[in-house]
Design a protein around this ligand. Structure first.
Ligand code: PLP
Length: 382
């Protein structure tokens, strides 16, 4: 047997199922436009909900060193870290904040820091891969509850009520693939009733709604033990943070391996994130435009009987079913000048391949008209 056989076998298997992924060369990208293979398209695939990725460039400031030189716990903790952490905790209204290098590193670092093999983790079935990986790394007992089904969660919580183990409920606030919202107030209530820690990943929710863009956790943030969000979505940047109590932060600084054993964020990026945070807070006009665009597209999809599940957010899935059909719709949109990618299992459950349409504040009426026309054409041809 050749030691490289597994590569070919794996790739062949993916090809047979139409599930090969590949990296595309992109010449230019923003919330609204994308240039691929020298052709410009309308972009309905980015997470740049407020259109800030092309408006927050400070990298020309060459007075800043390009790297942090080490982990923050060694000599990489430039003052810009605490400045940004202070601004984020003031914005979210929490005692403290801890920066992490990305949302993926936040979930794969924080969860194992809080949970060990004796912990019970109650996790929504549709939680993001980074949460699942964090749970795996923690070796905690994983108890999955049906997506957004709080009766199911409560049943499971009561089943384990007498257990003395540490318990943790984990949910996204706005689900990355279905575009629906968790019921944060009920999660808070259940976490209190059953003495569980509450961990919310607000990667997609932060910035897009609420006063100053605080997002869907606005009214409950003080009751969330670990609130995680990222700069990679509404901030149009990169990096992540966790808002929490001062005591939790002290604990996490001593236990989070993705913080302790990884180089800190580059100073220029910290500065960019300070600026992008200001921009997100001030982006009321963009939030209003985003909300209008979401409503226009959602009403259209509903009127045309497309299956968008319960989405009321910038993440608007069009559920197609088979991988092949979802790929075909994506190709059809591309031929009409629109990029919106097909999302297939294992990212989404079997039989729910979809187009994950993401709507931003930058999309114009003309972009939306072009999208509508293309979707109607596809529907009529079937
Ligand atoms: C819910 C959720 N959490 C975390 C992440 C990872 O964030 P980042 O891109 O900052 O690594 C994502 C990214 O798609 C996400 O959807």
């Amino acid at each position: 047997m050749n030691k490289y056989d597994f590569l070919e076998n794996h790739l062949k298997n993916l090809e047979n199922k139409n599930r090969t992924r590949s990296l595309k060369n992109i010449q230019e990208v923003s919330a609204r436009k994308i240039t691929l293979e020298s052709t410009q398209y309308i972009n309905f695939s980015s997470n740049d909900y407020l259109g800030l990725s092309s408006k927050t460039q400070n990298f020309e400031d060459n007075t800043l060193p390009s790297g942090a030189t080490s982990s923050r716990l060694v000599c990489g903790n430039l003052e810009l870290n605490s400045k940004l952490e202070k601004e984020l905790s003031e914005w979210k209204g929490t005692q403290d904040c801890l920066l992490l290098n990305s949302g993926y590193q936040a979930n794969t670092g924080l969860i194992p820091a809080i949970a060990d093999r004796h912990t019970l983790i109650f996790s929504d079935k549709l939680n993001h891969a980074s949460i699942i990986d964090g749970i795996k790394l923690s070796r905690a007992k994983l108890i999955r509850y049906k997506h957004n089904n709080l009766e199911d969660l409560q049943e499971l919580l009561s089943k384990y009520e007498s257990s003395k183990a540490r318990k943790l409920i984990i949910s996204e606030s706005l689900f990355s693939m279905d575009g629906d919202y968790a019921n944060i107030s009920q999660l808070v209530k259940l976490s209190k009733q059953y003495n569980c820690l509450l961990y919310i990943d607000d990667a997609h929710g932060s910035g897009i709604s609420g006063k100053n863009g605080i997002g869907p956790c606005e009214k409950h943030i003080k009751d969330i033990d670990i609130y995680v969000s990222t700069f990679g979505k509404a901030h149009g940047s990169f990096g992540a943070y966790c808002c929490t109590s001062a005591q939790f932060k002290k604990y996490l600084v001593n236990t989070t391996r993705t913080l302790i054993y990884s180089t800190g964020l580059p100073p220029a990026l910290l500065l960019q994130n300070i600026n992008s945070t200001k921009q997100v807070i001030q982006a009321d006009v963009e939030r209003q435009k985003l909300s209008t665009n979401i409503e226009t597209i959602r009403n259209f999809l509903k009127d045309e009987s497309f299956n968008t599940i319960e989405s009321k957010s910038p993440i608007t899935p069009i559920i197609i079913g088979s991988d092949q059909d979802a790929l075909e719709l994506s190709e059809h949109l591309k031929s009409d000048g629109i990029i919106s990618l097909a999302i297939r299992p294992p990212t989404v459950p079997e039989g729910t391949a979809r187009i994950r349409l993401t709507i931003t504040a930058d999309h114009t009426e003309k972009d939306i008209a072009q999208l509508k026309q293309s979707l109607i054409k596809w529907k009529n041809a079937r």
